[in-house]
Each structure stands twice: as structure tokens, then as C-alpha cells.
Design a binder for this molecule. Structure first.
Ligand SMILES: [Fe+2]
Length: 199
């Protein structure tokens, strides 16, 4: 078995918890990222999800049916396994606060393949680097907007307090709830096999 490993790194003026919220927010996948089609969740429980989707292969017109399992392994690492008809992929999102205002986001992509598939690894590497940059740029406004909203005292499903004196900066105390709570009856949770460990 051959392994391709690609490491991509970006920095953002937001806390690690805001970055984790963005990674785990299921409702933005379809609307923000062109690569995803219509994720259908099969299982959600605290810190882990399993879903099926048809993911667009970067820079090609084809979509691959994928089974995706993601787990928040520890406070700094989210690990995702993606099974496609052609390969198994693993990616690790590592978040590290490097100073008061900045978080380093390191994504480690790993692909397994036979020696024939390994011939395509140099092309894969370029595609993955471009994929990472595209996804990063699509997600960046969401991270910055949430960071700003938290600084005004934003609370999920309640919004920013109307009264100025109630607008306390919550960026330091905010903890992402994983998986991110959603509104009820959304399309992503309509699969007949869907089960949730949440009440
Ligand atoms: Fe995203």
C-alpha cells in the first residue's frame, strides 16, 4: 500500500473554537462549498458524525459517492475518514492558538492506494493543495463573521443582545458544541437511516 501525505497550513484571526465550529457546521456545506452536493447524515452523536454525500472532484465535472465519518479526537484534532469508490482518505484538522488573536489551522490529508494509483499521487498533491485553498477562502468569511459576532455577545439561536450594556465579549468563553446544533427538520437529517445520540 502506498500513502500520499499532504500538509496545508493557514492562519486566521479567530479562536480555535470558532474554527472548530466552522468545521463542524453541517448546514453550510451545501450552500457555501461547491464541492459538496447534499450531505445526508446517518448518525450524529457528541463529537462524531457519519454521512453520505456526492463530493465533486476538484477541477473535474465528476462527483464521487462518499461515506464520511468525522470525530473530534481531542480538543485540538478533528479526524475525518472518507471512503470513495476509488480510495480511502483520512484528514486531520489541527487547531493551535499561537497568540491571543490568531489560530493556526493545519490540515493533514492522507490517501491510501496501490502502486498504480500512486502514479497519480503527484497530480493528487496539486489538486489537494488547490482544494484546501478554495475551501479555506470559502470558509474564511464565516469564521471572521462569527468571531466578530461573539465579540458583540452573540449567543446561538438568540443573537446579539439588543441593549448595548448586555453586549459582553464572548470570544474568550465560547466553546463550540460538536456536532453543531441545527434547526429542526433540515434536509440533511432526512435520511431514513438517520439516528442521533442527542435528545
Ligand atoms: Fe466549510
Amino acid at each position: 500500500m502506498k500513502i500520499l501525505k499532504v500538509v496545508c497550513e493557514n492562519f486566521v484571526a479567530a479562536t480555535p473554537e470558532v474554527v472548530k465550529w466552522n468545521s463542524w457546521d453541517s448546514e453550510h456545506l451545501n450552500s457555501v462549498h461547491g464541492a459538496y452536493d447534499a450531505p445526508k447524515y446517518l448518525l450524529t452523536r457528541e463529537g462524531e458524525v457519519l454521512f453520505v454525500d456526492r463530493v465533486k472532484v476538484p477541477f473535474f465535472r465528476i462527483r464521487l459517492k462518499c461515506l464520511v465519518f468525522a470525530i473530534q479526537w481531542d480538543s485540538e484534532n478533528q479526524i475525518t475518514y472518507t471512503l470513495t469508490p476509488f480510495f480511502l482518505a483520512k484528514n486531520t484538522i489541527n487547531v493551535q492558538q499561537i497568540n491571543d488573536g490568531t489560530t493556526r489551522v493545519r490540515v493533514i490529508y492522507e490517501f491510501s492506494g496501490n502502486w498504480i494509483q500512486a502514479l497519480l499521487f503527484p497530480i493528487f498533491k496539486i489538486l489537494i493543495q488547490r482544494w484546501n485553498q478554495t475551501v479555506w477562502e470559502e470558509d474564511l468569511p464565516l469564521k471572521l463573521r462569527r468571531q466578530k459576532a461573539l465579540s458583540y455577545g452573540f449567543i446561538d439561536f438568540r443573537g446579539i443582545p439588543d441593549k448595548m450594556e448586555m453586549r459582553k465579549d464572548r470570544t474568550g468563553i465560547y466553546k463550540a458544541s460538536i456536532p453543531v446544533p441545527t434547526t429542526r427538520n433540515v434536509e440533511e437529517f432526512s435520511h431514513p437511516f438517520f439516528i442521533s445520540g442527542r435528545s
